[in-house]
Design a protein around this ligand. Structure first.
Ligand code: SF4
Length: 360
């Protein structure tokens, strides 16, 4: 067990990757635009879930210029279900900068890349290595875990100084040859995702580091990496309204800033309100309840906050109707409604289908 196991891993890891690496469309290209799109999608989404989104996205926006010129509605619609819409918004901001400032070519320096919206250390490293064959590490949670286990390192991997050190040491361990560089980042991530698994026991018998991994030798691997306990998520109660009139349902746009900015939502207010209190909210909106339907509860977990929702479905009349966008079924399909409202969206779709059938 001499030497740094991360350095020892480089050659066997590349052999392992040749035999076991996942064949994914963004790995078959050197186009920085496609690689960047895939990396942004994969930040909070699993590979199998991201794959159809990636293919549709590139079909709709095959170039950075096409993305720069996209309608926000089209972009959000393509992103619907992936969550974290700020990623989509930043994609477009960056596409516009790359188009206008760099003539449609991605910059090839770490400093210029990380100055672009939504591109941090990890994404810059992934683009530089995969598109341009530069020795730039892409250190994600998978890589941090592998490193902590290889070294039997008990430090908190969320700590900025620890992360920085791991990044530097991964860079030192990277190979020299451009094709090997392209594979190295992917290989290390694949090893973390498929062998040195996050939950449960790592599959050490199948690992190219099994003979020199300190975590394995000392029996500590499964308890690593150490993470500081997460802060509790804030719970927020909301009352959501499925307001209907004449076969249409009310939607409104969220503000341009903050959580889920600029997306469509069903009208809602803070707090968990009884039917009586809900009626007074409607009165504030100059709406008169005409026919109450069923109550629907739902929960959605964001990274820092949980929404606990109670929903009222009802027909309304009144002067306040003009304050909402009234969507028929086709319009509801077109509008990007975040998955936080998934349960209400399904119910809305059902109600609109019933209304269509009744109108026949
Ligand atoms: Fe992870 Fe086991 Fe491989 Fe060590 S030997 S890197 S613990 S899978």
């Amino acid at each position: 067990m001499e030497g740094d196991p991360l350095l020892q891993l480089t050659a066997p890891l590349l052999d392992w990757y040749r035999a076991n690496g996942r064949d994914l469309p963004w790995r078959r290209t050197r186009d920085p635009y496609s690689i960047w799109v895939s990396e942004i999608m994969l930040q909070q989404t699993r590979v199998t879930a991201a794959l159809p989104y990636y293919l549709r996205f590139l079909q709709t926006f095959p170039t950075v210029e096409a993305l720069a010129a996209a309608e926000e509605e089209t972009l959000f619609k393509l992103w619907e279900g992936l969550g974290y819409y700020s990623r989509a918004r930043n994609l477009q901001k960056t596409a516009r900068i790359v188009t206008e400032r760099y003539g449609g070519r991605f910059p090839e320096s770490y400093g210029e890349l990380t100055a672009l919206p939504g591109i941090g250390d990890y994404t810059a490293g992934a683009i530089l290595a995969a598109a341009f064959g530069r020795r730039a590490p892409a250190v994600d949670g998978n890589v941090l875990r592998v490193a902590a286990r290889l070294w039997d390192d008990p430090r908190d991997i969320q700590n900025a100084a620890v992360k920085k050190e791991i990044r530097r040491r991964v860079e030192e361990a990277m190979p020299e040859e451009p094709e090997a560089i392209r594979n190295y980042n992917q290989a290390l991530m694949d090893l973390g995702a498929t062998v040195c698994l996050p939950n449960g026991a790592p599959l050490c018998e199948a690992c190219p580091a099994r003979t020199f991994c300190r975590g394995r030798a000392r029996g500590t691997a499964q308890s690593l990496p150490v993470r500081a306990p997460k802060k509790d998520r804030r719970a927020e109660e909301r009352t959501v309204f499925l307001l209907r009139r004449e076969g249409k349902i009310a939607l409104r746009k969220r503000p341009d800033e903050g959580l889920l900015a600029g997306l469509w939502e069903f009208p809602n207010v803070f707090g968990s309100h009884s039917e009586e209190e809900a009626a007074s909210v409607l009165a504030d909106w100059s709406l008169i309840p005409a026919e109450w339907g069923k109550k629907l509860t739902a929960k959605h977990i964001f990274s820092h906050v949980e929404w606990h929702m109670i929903g009222y479905s009802l027909k309304v009349t009144g002067e306040g109707l003009g304050d909402f966008f009234w969507a028929d079924r086709a319009a509801l399909e077109r509008c990007a409604v975040p998955s936080a409202f998934a349960r209400y969206r399904t119910e809305a779709k059902k109600l609109l289908e019933e209304a269509e059938a009744d109108a026949l």
